[in-house]
Design a protein around this ligand. Structure first.
Ligand code: FPP
Length: 234
């Protein structure tokens, strides 16, 4: 492939619809979605993509029925526990962004365990967005900047795009080059609002549980054909 994105971000949409079409409970769609996520991580490793951010649970997802939220949290915990050896073996480093302290205690513990156990890996960085909201992140960033001003660490005249970026959850990662959204919806859904300013978008009608490595490769190939101008001419 001629031009591979450094950072791919994915809105994994359509688990519920996938399950409904088969007469399964919604959680079955999420379970199948977790398998698709696993395959996608593998595909990113093969393409030597450096960062993959998955929108696994939004700040708004807490409003879903309690039973679905509970099942999703359990699935996340189980998935992390089961997949940690594979992440280590495949040299994947796990990270997470969002209001992580909102997650159930056992889920937080497992998350931090996996982060610790994969911290030395230097292949793909897999970033899970959990209890994540783009507007909340910007608010948290503003609070963090204000604190730095109050403490006299920075002068407000110094605030610019680069400095603000350093106060976001994503401060350690480059902005995504490619955003993939499944199930045909043309929305950002409060995902990485600041970071996606110049990101190339790729929307596929496929539902997330049906998204395969081949679909990932097709998205990356399409990205390679795009010309990025960042608002300038040629
Ligand atoms: C969107 O489908 C998906 C989610 C809200 C959760 C995503 C979670 C997973 C793929 C499983 C866990 C992931 C990891 C990485 C362990 P939806 O429920 O909104 O589908 P619908 O729009 O068809 O109802």
């Amino acid at each position: 492939m001629k031009s591979v994105p450094r950072h791919v971000a994915i809105i994994m949409d359509g688990n519920g619809r996938w399950a409904k079409a088969r007469g399964f409970p919604r959680i079955k769609g999420h379970e199948q979605g977790a398998q698709a996520a696993r395959e996608c991580v593998e595909g990113c490793g093969e393409l030597k993509i450096e960062y993959l951010t998955l929108y696994a649970f939004s700040a708004e997802n807490w409003q879903r029925p309690k039973s679905e939220v509970f099942a999703l949290m359990r699935l996340l915990e189980k998935f992390l526990k089961e997949k940690t050896p594979e992440l280590v073996e495949k040299n994947v480093r796990l990270q997470a962004i969002g209001r992580l302290t909102d997650l159930p205690g056992t889920c937080q513990e497992q998350l931090h365990k996996t982060i610790e156990q994969t911290a030395g890996n230097n292949g793909l960085t897999l970033i899970l967005a959990l209890s994540y909201g783009g507007r909340l992140e910007i608010i948290d960033g503003i609070k963090s900047l204000l604190r730095a001003v109050e403490l006299g660490h920075i002068d407000k005249a110094m605030i610019d795009v680069e400095m603000f970026s350093k106060h976001l959850y994503t401060r350690y990662y480059p902005d995504p080059d490619l955003l993939i959204r499944t199930s045909g919806e043309m929305r950002l859904s409060n995902f990485l609002l600041w970071q996606l300013s110049y990101t190339e978008m790729y929307v596929t009608p496929k539902l997330w549980p049906d998204f395969t490595k081949k679909d990932l490769f097709a998205a990356v190939e399409e990205y390679g054909r795009r010309q990025r101008r960042y608002g300038a001419v040629e």
